[in-house]
Design a protein around this ligand. Structure first.
Ligand SMILES: [Zn+2]
Length: 236
């Protein structure tokens, strides 16, 4: 981008200060990552997933990454303070979508202390039945890591990896009983958070039982998104 354009942009955004800081929430299997990717492609907002940030930092071997790695190797959760520092490093723009973090009110408060606040929350709501069918169909190859799905991405040969011929297996986490437990935990963890954003008037509940195109259409149909989408377009 040439400098004159940059200056013009700055003037433009100072006049009408608008930002698009989105948090996407939803239980496991709600499709948060997929929807966040679609928002990134469509609107040019930065997609920031806590999982990706951690994996990247570990790969880069930077000091925070090494710290995080030490926790992961011990099999314990990486402390919020490390994730927040990593997020702060990455977040250098006004338009982003957060996925996977924050998950509870304490994390939100810590982020707000660092001046990371969101303008809108998309809360993907999915029935337990849909989630169980989405997650319990997953099969993973232990050798090459490829992920299959019995309904929409099944292997050519039953329970055998197309790539490497290894046997496919179902993660313990993806079995129906475990999924139900995970959903219970998710609900308990996020109850307070959902109330917090609802009281602020920035919570958008999205029915996310359908396919990704249908879910995305509901999101881009929100007045709030529509307005900002046209502003983003006008700016570029
Ligand atoms: Zn394989």
């Amino acid at each position: 981008m040439d400098l004159s354009k940059k200056v013009r942009l700055r003037v433009g955004t100072n006049k009408i200060k608008f930002t698009m800081k989105i948090l996407i929430m939803g239980p496991p299997g709600a499709g948060k990552g997929t929807i966040a990717e679609m928002l990134q492609k469509d609107l040019g907002v930065m997609h920031l997933s806590s999982g990706d940030i951690l994996r990247e930092a570990v790969k880069e071997n930077n000091p925070l990454g090494l710290e995080a790695k030490a926790y992961m190797e011990k099999g314990v959760l990486v402390p919020d303070s490390i994730i927040i520092k990593l997020m702060k490093e990455k977040l250098n723009e006004d338009n982003f979508v957060l996925d996977g973090f924050p998950r509870n009110l304490a994390q939100v408060k810590q982020l707000e202390d660092e001046d990371i606040k969101v303008d809108a929350v998309l809360n993907l709501k999915v029935s337990e039945k849909t989630i169980v069918s989405r997650i319990s169909g997953r099969r993973i190859c232990t050798k090459c890591g490829k992920i299959y799905h019995l309904q929409n991405m099944s292997p050519k040969k039953d329970a055998i990896c197309d790539n490497c011929g290894n046997k496919l297996y179902q993660r313990e986490d993806d079995k129906p009983d475990t999924i139900k437990e995970r959903l219970k935990t998710y609900k308990e963890q996020t109850e307070e958070l959902i109330k917090y954003y609802s009281d602020k008037g920035i919570l958008n509940n999205i029915d996310a039982d359908g396919n990704k195109e249908a879910i995305y259409a509901k999101i881009t149909g929100l007045q709030w998104i529509k307005k900002r989408k046209s502003k983003l377009r006008a700016r570029s």
